[in-house]
Design a protein around this ligand. Structure first.
Ligand SMILES: Nc1ncnc2c1ncn2[C@@H]1O[C@H](COP(=O)(O)OP(=O)(O)O)[C@@H](O)[C@H]1O
Ligand SMILES: [Mg+2]
Length: 295
């Protein structure tokens, strides 16, 4: 952990209206260097819209967004250039490009040569290309995709496409990475690997803001969690505080969330008891395969 933390992202009173609908209402959020911050909330709460306001896809109706103290212009490429990268809830890759090429596309904001020179293979391009390729391969190693470098991205399994999106986002050398549902559609092993990847990204000096529905993932990973309900921030705090807040349980979770600590075990015990009557005390625990808890 770095000894001094400073704000990387500052969202101030961000409001986004679509006609009569206020999708995001006066949201303040700060992400500090060295932090992983979670953004949760029911479907339609405004999480993705908020991300779109942060990354220049939408111009907020009100409010401002700054990165390391400088107000971000509401233009996606300028936001990327400033140091904020993102992945999308609906994967956006170039399906007919290779894995390596997809990462190289993410790299072009950081190369002096630029996209046109790359496409036209102008002078100076060869040198820049070699350096870019080296960096792209490093990122594929980092995300565990190096062995797929030459595969077409459309042929990757879904979980690997999500990883590739992360690798591509990292190619712009961001100081802040925004992840919109990075584990959607992943199996538990892939989710666990993604958790490790996000920790590693943070450890390398990139702050992370992550939207996710998987509560176990969020509460394991995040230093702080903000809850959005109907476009408004309901509460923000440490995972412990947020998990035990009555309003969060009522407004968002309703019933104990899937994967809540102890829930798996409770369900297992219930099932075993239903099957064979009450278990004698001291009987060995269920022999069904258990996922290790990692806590
Ligand atoms: N471009 C848009 N035009 C009109 N309404 C939108 C647009 N984008 C999102 N919304 C609406 O804003 C609300 C929040 O959506 P969204 O940000 O996708 O929620 P979440 O990501 O939390 O599920 C929803 O009611 C959605 O229909
Ligand atoms: Mg969304």
């Amino acid at each position: 952990m770095t000894t001094t933390t400073s704000p990387v992202l500052n969202a101030n009173g961000v409001t986004m209206r679509f006609g009569g609908l206020t999708a995001v209402r006066s949201v303040d959020l700060t992400v500090n260097s060295g932090e992983i911050v979670g953004l949760i909330g029911p479907n339609g709460a405004g999480k993705t819209t908020f991300f779109n306001c942060l990354t220049g896809l939408y111009v907020p109706t009100e409010g401002s967004v700054s990165y390391k103290g400088t107000v971000l212009p509401p233009k996606p490429h300028l936001v990327t250039q400033a140091g904020v990268a993102r992945t999308f809830q609906n994967i956006r890759l170039f399906a007919n490009m290779t894995v390596l090429e997809n990462v190289l596309v993410g790299r072009h904001t950081r190369t002096k040569e630029g996209l046109w020179s790359a496409l036209l293979r102008g002078p100076g391009f060869k040198r820049a290309e070699a350096a870019s390729k080296e960096r792209a391969m490093e990122l594929l190693e980092f995300t565990g995709l190096a062995h797929k470098a030459d595969h077409l991205s459309r042929n990757l399994p879904y979980g690997e496409q999500r990883k590739l999106e992360i690798a591509r986002a990292l190619a712009s050398d961001p100081g802040l990475l925004l992840l919109d549902e990075p584990t959607a559609g992943m199996n538990p092993q892939e989710t666990r690997a993604t958790e490790e990847l996000v920790f590693a990204i943070r450890d390398q000096g990139t702050a992370v803001l992550v939207i996710e529905h998987d509560m176990r993932f969020i509460f394991n990973l995040c230093d702080r969690v903000a809850v959005l309900v109907q476009g408004q921030k309901l509460i923000e705090g440490t995972p412990d505080v947020v998990q035990s807040d009555e309003r969060v349980i009522a407004a968002y979770i309703g019933t104990p969330f899937e994967g809540a600590p102890g829930q798996e075990e409770a369900a297992e015990v219930e099932a075993a008891e239903a099957q064979q009557g009450t278990r004698p005390s001291g009987a060995p625990k269920s022999t069904t395969a258990r996922t290790e808890d990692g806590q």
